[in-house]
Write a protein that binds this ligand. Structure first.
Ligand code: HMG
Ligand code: MG
Length: 301
């Protein structure tokens, strides 16, 4: 067992973070500023928007304006969710270079989240991947509920592996494994990765852990021991999924960076700049960052 020497961090706050904000919709200008601050902190992969139905997720209804409004920094990838062809076509109008499709390892969650079965979702993703390939756009894939489902409870690692394999074989360059409701524990996370890596090479797997039960960092350490070197996280621990009641945000980027720094693992990201960004966006939302490291270190200046 050895840990990776460097980790690719995929920032989720502008999408997974803000999609679940209750109350007033966050202004487009604030979203754009968040994305630009995150890029300035050295984050190279940012999920910036979501081209889903605005009836389903009104918080992401300004995806076109957000994507068109950001000042892009060279070397930074700004990605967006596209559940179907309509989403992808909208994303292409604003020049995306990377998109993501999202499926699940749970039938019930698939129905609640994207209104179709797992098999139907995979069929729906095929033309999205084909169109993206024609347009020269990379596609990431998600599998939700990899360590438990709010409707079905336990999920078999073999089911996660099966859906991840389908996404990978369809052409997703990376498959992100979502503990959507943050119920996993380290041994379960390891078992899930062990099953999945038999179908998808480990370097193409990412860990996307929500922190509802406070286990996300422990789970990340466990899967890094299995060779996972791509981690999804959200600054200030923002977010959750609107179709997973009670789920809290992704593991905080600040906490992941502190862990990685302590382990001597490279990310190229400025922790203090992320902490400052976390305080700023949390202030915009009227609260404190949901990151222990941010609270301990405090804002600079
Ligand atoms: P549907 O209602 O079955 O779609 O929704 P439809 O094809 O029947 O279309 C119905 C209406 O929606 C039509 O409009 C379409 O034009 C419109 P109408 O004719 O009624 O006026 N429509 C769209 N509009 C804008 N953009 C689109 C789009 N597609 C259809 N892309 C659909 C199916 C997938 C669209 C819907 O269920 C949906 O938007 N779901 C999104 C749910 C979501 O965003 N969930 C959160 C993200 S996933 C997540 O957080 C998990 C993750 O973080 C990993 C983890 O933590 O596990 C990724
Ligand atoms: Mg998520």
């Amino acid at each position: 067992m050895s840990l990776p020497s460097s980790v690719k961090l995929f920032e989720m706050a502008p999408r997974d973070g803000l999609q679940n904000e209750p109350g007033a919709i966050v202004p487009t200008a604030t979203k754009i500023e968040l994305i630009e601050r995150l890029a300035s902190a050295g984050i190279k992969h940012i999920e910036a928007a979501s081209f889903v139905s605005p009836k389903w997720v009104p918080q992401m209804g300004d995806a076109v304006d957000v994507m068109a409004g950001i000042k892009r920094q060279p070397g930074v990838v700004y990605s967006a969710l596209t559940p179907n062809l309509k989403g992808l076509e909208n994303a292409l109008t604003v020049g995306v270079e990377e998109v993501a499709v999202f499926g699940a390892a749970s039938e019930a969650f698939s129905q609640k989240n994207i209104n179709c079965s797992i098999a139907e979702s995979l069929t729906r993703f095929e033309p999205v991947l084909a169109r993206a390939r024609d347009a020269g756009v990379r596609v990431r894939g998600y599998v939700s509920c990899v360590l438990g489902c709010p409707y079905e409870g336990e999920i078999a690692p073999a089911k996660v592996a099966e859906v991840a394999k389908a996404l990978y074989e369809m052409g997703c360059y990376e498959v992100s494994l979502g503990d959507t409701i943050g119920v996993g524990t380290p041994l379960a996370a390891k078992r899930m990765i062990e099953a999945t890596r038999q179908q998808v090479p480990i370097e193409f797997l990412a860990a996307h852990f929500h922190d509802t039960y406070g286990m996300a960092l422990a789970n990340l350490y466990a899967v890094m021991e299995e060779g996972v070197s791509v981690i999804d996280a959200a600054t200030a621990g923002l977010g959750g999924c609107p179709y997973a009641k009670g789920a809290s945000g992704n593991v905080a980027t600040e906490d992941v960076l502190y862990l990685l720094e302590g382990l001597g693992i490279e990310t190229g990201i400025d922790l203090q700049a992320v902490i400052d960004t976390g305080y700023w966006i949390s202030g915009e939302l009227g609260r404190k960052p949901n990151s222990k490291v941010a609270l301990a270190k405090g804002v600079s200046g």
